[in-house]
Write a protein that binds this ligand. Structure first.
Ligand code: BES
Ligand code: ZN
Ligand code: ZN
Length: 491
């Protein structure tokens, strides 16, 4: 769908060409593009300011029916995200107008230190992600995604730039797959259904798939995970996906929270707080999609995806506040609140992967706490880690992909908050303050000293409103981040 092409814009007939324009610097060498950008900037109604746009028809010198000029703003303020947003908004705007193909002119000069390859990559990401529509549950859909998005580069640059599309396509397809799973309503993604859906996609992509079903989980004593599933009509599972990369030395285990609906259990959620809880499997979606995309582009690491899938419901069989359960690792846990369920399924999955696979790193991705959203808002994830390098690499990866992450502390003395009078630990802190930290400290007890990071994506996983290159709903946060992280970590 994304292609890099060279074309003489004076000759080739096309419908729509988008031309990003910088406010204060020329960014094209091609004579036709240079002249067109100059002409647009010469008009009163267009200055190249950020997000300003101007559409001209049948412009002499360019054989496109429609040319959309888009302002990038001042040279010194332009970054990767400026280009993603530009491309995403242009594609979204074009969906209404129904061309099957849109062309983008790729800047031919460095912008603010960014190479043309970086500019192209960011433009392709924004365009590809902006082209996603979730319409599975809509009847007659008038708006259709574009069939082709073409990126015009200079003759001499094409050979070097062409390979970029393959990686961008694989990673963005993963992001879109995660979004789709998140957007499916909980009645259509019971734990059984979601398990089947993920396992099916994973097998099709050539991943090794293992499913621990309810009776195997009982037999192997996944007491914490089973306690969360107890109130639901649906049966839980632990899905293990494996991708081996030839010659890779190290293994990274990814663990994703897969609560297909979080009602809170007997500590039932109130008011509006239950409304978006179909998205409580966003960590699972990100991990599954990352493994599936990894099978297409082989990162430097062997990967294990461990995905516990349950539904958290109240019923006569549900786990009660005050109940004590024994986790897979053997520690007993008093259930202080049945709504703190994510940490219970994560510790059993984490204990299992560290014991079974001895990975070099464990990274869990989870919509874990409302407290993290209170702390960092809807657009920034919290990162907790026992390893400086791993934490630093995650933060740096997020800066690059604009999946922003902020390091949070794991203060040793706060562990006292998790003390229980009757069991080894409680699943909630004894105060309401610092809830994201309490949850992370709870997880930290089950890492068996493996370098570990926990990414709390409760804020950025799901957005009620659309944005430049994402529709309303699941964002797929985490997939691009993890691929960028694999590049950053030493293999
Ligand atoms: N799934 C929620 C966390 C959440 C909140 C995700 C908002 C996305 C948006 C989690 O299972 C939960 O309910 N956490 C409780 C923990 C509390 C009971 C200690 C919370 O954050 O209130
Ligand atoms: Zn909950
Ligand atoms: Zn939850």
């Amino acid at each position: 769908m994304l292609t890099v092409t060279t074309a003489d814009l004076k000759k080739i007939r096309l419908d729509t060409l988008a031309v990003p324009v910088c406010q204060d610097k020329a960014i094209y060498k091609d004579t036709a593009l240079k002249a067109a950008a100059k002409k647009a900037l010469g008009l009163k109604e267009f200055n190249g300011k950020k997000d300003e746009s101007l559409t001209l028809y049948d412009l002499p010198g360019i054989s496109a029916r429609r040319v959309i000029f888009w302002g990038l703003g001042k040279h010194a303020n332009i970054d990767r995200e400026t280009l993603r947003v530009m491309a995403g908004k242009i594609v979204k705007g074009c969906l209404q107008k129904e061309p099957a193909t849109v062309w983008f002119a790729v800047p031919e000069m460095k912008i603010n230190g960014l190479e043309t390859s970086t500019l192209l990559e960011a433009m392709q990401e924004g365009a590809c992600l902006g082209n996603h529509l979730f319409s599975k549950y809509k009847g007659d859909q008038k708006i259709k995604p574009l069939k082709q998005i073409k990126f015009r580069v200079a003759d001499g640059a094409a050979r070097k730039l062409r390979p970029i599309s393959k990686r961008v396509t694989a990673v963005c397809e993963g992001t879109i797959l995660a979004r789709e799973w998140i957007n499916v309503p909980s009645n259509d993604k019971t734990p059984e259904k979601l398990t089947r859906s993920i396992a099916g996609r994973a097998k099709k992509q050539g991943l090794k798939v293992r499913i621990l079903n309810e009776s195997q989980l009982k037999q192997k004593k996944f007491g914490a995970l089973l306690a969360v599933a107890a109130g639901s009509q649906s049966k839980p599972s632990l899905l293990i996906l494996e991708h081996k990369v030839p010659h890779a030395q190290k293994t990274i285990a990814l663990v994703g929270k897969g609560v297909t609906f979080d009602s809170g259990g007997l500590n039932i959620k109130t008011g509006n707080s239950m409304a978006s809880m179909k998205a409580d499997m966003s960590g699972a979606a990100a991990v599954a999609a990352t493994l599936i995309s990894a099978a297409k582009i082989n990162p430097k690491f062997n990967l294990i995806g461990a995905i516990p899938i349950v539904e958290n419901m109240p019923s006569g069989r549900a786990t009660r506040p005050g109940d004590i359960v024994r986790s897979y690792a053997g520690k007993t846990i008093e259930i202080g609140n049945t709504d703190a369920e994510g940490r219970l399924i994560l510790i059993d999955a984490m204990s299992y992967v560290v014991k079974t696979y001895q990975p070099h790193y464990v990274i869990d991705v989870a919509t874990l706490t409302g407290a993290c959203v209170v702390a960092l808002g809807e657009n920034i994830a919290g990162v907790f880690s026992n390893d400086e390098d791993l934490a630093g690499a995650i933060i740096a990866a997020g800066e690059k992909t604009h999946e922003r992450c902020w390091r949070m502390p794991l203060p040793e003395d706060y562990k006292d908050l998790l003390k229980s009078d009757f069991a080894d630990m409680s699943n909630i802190g004894s105060t309401r303050w610092g809830g994201a930290i309490a949850a992370a400290l709870f997880l930290s007890e089950f890492t068996a000293d493996t370098p570990w990071a926990h990414i709390d994506i409760a804020g950025p996983a799901y957005h009620g409103k659309e944005s430049a290159y994402c529709g309303a709903g699941g964002t797929g946060f985490g997939v691009r981040l993890l691929f960028e992280l694999f590049d950053k970590l030493e293999s």
